[in-house]
Design a protein around this ligand. Structure first.
Ligand SMILES: Cc1ncc(COP(=O)(O)O)c(C=O)c1O
Length: 393
């Protein structure tokens, strides 16, 4: 009766079951996976955020497929302030970055077509692709080369049905920005093979390592079509407001045709509500304040983990260039999955095993850098104890 777009089984995994059991028993949970800034005690300018919702223009309805120009100009101004000037006319507003992915797939792919996604990376790709009838094929990011793209492996994944190469810049959860040389390689490859590049840059403004000089897809000089996705959920730490966007870049003739088709898709949905559209310029003007608070938290939590794991022979927090995730590397045995299960059952500490992100190597777990510092400290200590003392297993 149901389509194959939804999973055959929706049964919870072992970790979700253990977590649910603990909740039912009313036992405390130290959650190192929270990545919703509204739940992590990060101070945001609440009154100004709320006041922006009172614009009287919300009482009328004047739909525009690309989204109200005033909001697109504010998005363009935001990117310009970050060093990437863009034309508001090349922007499309959607209800979230996830929705922007869906429109991207609708624009580029027929059912059964394929896109290439990095591995490890954002776990929602598989599901977002499936919902649009698009198959996902993985190409590796290489840990031994600071997560550079495995080029031979990527090219081996290209088939006549491949339509796009997806990237997350900086990647979640490796925290690595796309390398300069990889950009040059990708733009050349995509142009030669007539593929689009799709760059998810929701975390781009969260550069934690001051020594890196990241390049945004918005600044690429490309002969291929380049779609850059972002949104308020990370840029302004406002996931509940539901506003994402997409920018079309590349050769002007290709962009013009893509824009015409994208307008047709967007016109069928018109998803962004008027209160959000009219509030967006104000929220974007407050965003740098929110980002400073989030960056401060991320750096503090990173330092907490580094300290808690200092001198440990087996647990190593990896360097984070940008984003909200911290990757920790430890022994392959016990696996990240067993470790996560043990931590929730014995210590009530919730952490994400690396296999959620399709790591080839089992010895990775992921924590959120938004975790309140005291909890991060207790969680990191439990993690170190558990991983350095396999006899506990
Ligand atoms: C890499 C990445 N892209 C997109 C999103 C989703 O963004 P949105 O809330 O705008 O759909 C997330 C959410 O965590 C993410 O990690």
């Amino acid at each position: 009766m149901f389509s194959r777009r939804t999973p055959r089984s929706l049964a919870p995994n072992r970790l979700s079951e253990a977590l649910a059991r603990r909740r039912r028993q009313g036992l405390p949970i130290l959650d190192l996976t929270r990545s919703n800034p509204t739940q992590c005690g990060i101070e945001l300018p609440s009154e100004a955020i709320l006041a922006a919702l009172g614009d009287p223009r919300v009482l009328s309805y004047e739909p525009e497929p690309k989204g109200w120009l005033g909001a697109r100009e504010a998005v363009a101004a935001h990117h310009a302030a970050q060093g990437a000037p863009v034309d508001p006319d090349r922007l499309f507003l959607a209800a979230s970055t996830s929705e922007a992915y869906s429109w991207t797939f609708k624009l580029l792919c027929d059912p059964g077509d394929e896109v290439l996604v990095p591995c490890p990376s954002y776990p929602l790709f598989e599901c977002l692709g499936a919902l649009d009838g698009v198959a996902v094929r993985h190409y590796p990011l290489l840990p031994e080369l600071d997560w550079a793209i495995g080029r031979d492996e990527l090219e081996a994944q290209i088939t006549p049905r491949t339509r796009a190469i997806l990237l997350v810049n900086p990647n979640n959860p490796t925290g690595s920005f796309v390398h300069h040389e990889d950009w040059l390689y990708l733009t050349d490859l995509a142009a030669r093979r007539r593929l689009a590049i799709v760059s998810d840059e929701v975390f781009f403004d969260y550069r934690l390592d001051r020594s890196v000089r990241p390049v945004s897809a918005l600044c690429l000089d490309s002969e291929a079509l380049v779609l850059t996705l972002s949104g308020l959920s990370k840029i302004a730490a406002l996931p509940q407001m539901k506003l994402g966007w997409m920018h079309l870049g590349g050769p002007s003739a290709l962009v013009a045709e893509a824009a015409e088709r994208m307008e047709w898709i967007a016109d069928a949905y018109l998803p962004v509500s008027a209160p959000v559209l009219f509030a967006a310029p104000r929220w974007l003007s407050l965003a740098s304040q929110a980002r400073e608070a989030v960056i401060e938290r991320c750096r503090a939590v990173q330092a907490t983990f580094d300290e808690a794991c200092a001198g440990a022979s087996v647990v190593r927090p990896r360097r984070v260039e940008g984003g909200w995730s911290l990757l920790m590397e430890g022994p392959r045995s016990p696996t990240g999955a067993d470790l996560a299960l043990q931590l929730i059952e014995k210590d009530g500490v919730l952490i994400q095993p690396g296999h959620y992100y399709d790591f080839a190597n089992e010895g990775f777990v992921v924590a959120s850098l938004l975790t309140p510092p005291l909890e991060a400290c207790a969680g990191a200590t439990a993690l170190r104890r558990c991983w350095t003392n396999p006899s506990d297993f």
